[in-house]
Design a protein. Structure first.
Length: 135
């Protein structure tokens, strides 16, 4: 069962508080926000080491919440998926050189970032928070 968490906003940043866990295991990965030919923004996460440690395995279901300064992806366990029929986001299952690999492909017009921004993806092992890297 995934850790329960609550979201707090402090000084414009979303901070996640994780219950049932004494210490948050922080893993991070950086990527660039791209502009698609149809005018949407795209964030592509295919770093297998990051996705595996974050427990976002191929075909895993997740929800996506968009905030003014961040995107939060939360895993949905199999038990919850039956009572949450509107969960349609799934980690893409792809293969490369015969090995299965997961990809998270977020693309839509309304994201809290601009094309060319560098974003950092941080995980505790059941959620991924995506925020713009500031200088």
């Amino acid at each position: 069962n995934c850790c329960q968490h609550s979201r707090l906003q402090i000084n414009g940043c979303i901070v996640m508080h994780f219950n049932q866990q004494k210490e948050t295991i922080k893993m991070n990965f950086k990527t660039k926000v791209k502009l698609t030919s149809k005018g949407s923004l795209r964030i592509w996460i295919e770093n297998q080491q990051f996705l595996n440690k974050a427990k976002f395995f191929p075909s895993a279901l997740y929800t996506m919440d968009i905030f003014p300064d961040a995107i939060i992806l939360d895993l949905v366990d199999q038990d919850s998926s039956s009572i949450m029929p509107n969960v349609t986001r799934r980690v893409t299952c792809s293969t490369r050189n015969g090995k299965e690999r997961g990809i998270i492909d977020i693309h839509q017009k309304n994201l809290p970032f601009v094309a060319g921004s560098i974003v950092e993806c941080v995980s505790n092992g059941s959620s991924i928070v995506i925020q713009e890297v500031t200088a």
